[in-house]
Design a binder for this molecule. Structure first.
Ligand SMILES: [Zn+2]
Length: 318
């Protein structure tokens, strides 16, 4: 089944074999987040891949291997996200970091892709403003939007209103991690700021008001179920609201967050959703069409993706 991946982190998806090549030893245990006891603990698994991705070559290779893995997963369009300012320790300029990643992604022509630049919750404001400027400079030239990532419980969305006002003023599309480690209030804030999509957003299930707003405004949630278990949002599979949110009419997009930290492919995530949550192939097609329509692309590109998804679905069911 052809797929669209809108919530994939570059550093959290660093190919394990490439990581071992760069490090000179097997780093997989430092990167895999199963058994984390919180989002903050899960986020500590990013230290190793970020440490390894400090040169043009390693960034280019990481993006190339990720693009190959996505293409092998039948992904036809991906928005890959990361924070460029994490990769300047050895002297690369942020724009070089972005160009290295784009070069790697573009070396796999069968995958269409763009970058989302992540602002970080624990950064001083000036650094996040720098990320907005970087996104503005490269907008429509490989960068399609921005995000806010990091420990949501420690720095909730309400602290970032002015940054998103700035992004809006400059015409940069944005998605915001919200309602993952913090409550549905973070989702309400993200909607007020003008987020076009919400990263995770699963805590919306705790508020009728928030769910109604998501339906009324048709704002998609980028839901990553396996990641939610790795960050200990839920204890048992029955607690996860993914199917309920989809069935009540909230637009849902499915992805895996971090292919390496959560040690999973998108195909495996789809299989899990079908087996454990009763997703049908039609449900997954609907999620992919939602992804196509909510991608940070122009309308003609969105329609082309929808057509490709529908033709593939028809071919598989004829
Ligand atoms: Zn994420």
């Amino acid at each position: 089944m052809k797929k669209i991946a809108l919530h994939t982190h570059l550093d959290g998806s660093l190919d394990q074999a490439l990581a071992a090549e760069i490090a000179g030893y097997d780093v997989s245990q430092e990167m895999i987040g199963h058994g984390s006891d919180s989002l903050a603990d899960y986020l500590s698994k990013f230290a190793a891949p970020i440490g390894l991705l400090q040169s043009w070559q390693s960034l280019r290779d990481a993006a190339y291997r990720l693009a190959l893995a996505l293409a092998a997963d039948s992904v036809i369009y991906a928005e890959v996200r990361f924070c460029p300012l994490y990769h300047t320790r050895q002297g690369l300029y942020p724009y070089q970091v972005i160009q290295a990643v784009l070069e790697g992604l573009r070396a796999v022509p069968e995958l269409k892709s763009n970058l989302i630049l992540c602002m970080m919750r624990d950064f001083p404001r000036a650094k996040n403003e720098q990320i907005i400027s970087l996104a503005q400079e490269a907008l429509d030239r490989g960068v399609c939007g921005i995000d806010l990532a990091g420990d949501e419980a420690a720095h909730p969305n309400c602290e970032f209103e002015e940054l998103f006002a700035l992004a809006k003023q400059r015409g940069i599309p944005f998605t915001i991690h919200a309602g993952e480690a913090d409550s549905y209030q973070g989702i309400n804030d993200a909607i007020c700021f003008g987020a076009q999509r919400i990263g995770h957003g699963v805590r919306s299930a705790g508020s009728n008001y928030t769910m109604k707003r998501l339906i009324a405004k048709q704002i998609p949630l980028e839901i990553c179920v396996t990641s939610n278990f790795d960050t200990h949002l839920y204890r048992s599979p029955e607690e996860h609201p993914v199917k309920r949110l989809l069935d009540i009419g909230i637009p849902v997009v499915i992805d895996v967050d971090n292919r390496t930290v959560s040690n999973i492919t998108l195909e495996q995530e789809y299989e899990m959703l079908m087996q454990r949550y009763g997703f049908t192939e039609e449900d997954l097609l609907r999620c992919n069409l939602t992804a196509a329509l909510s991608a940070f692309l122009d309308p003609a590109e969105k329609v082309a993706l929808c057509q490709e998804l529908l033709q593939d679905f028809a071919k598989n069911h004829s």
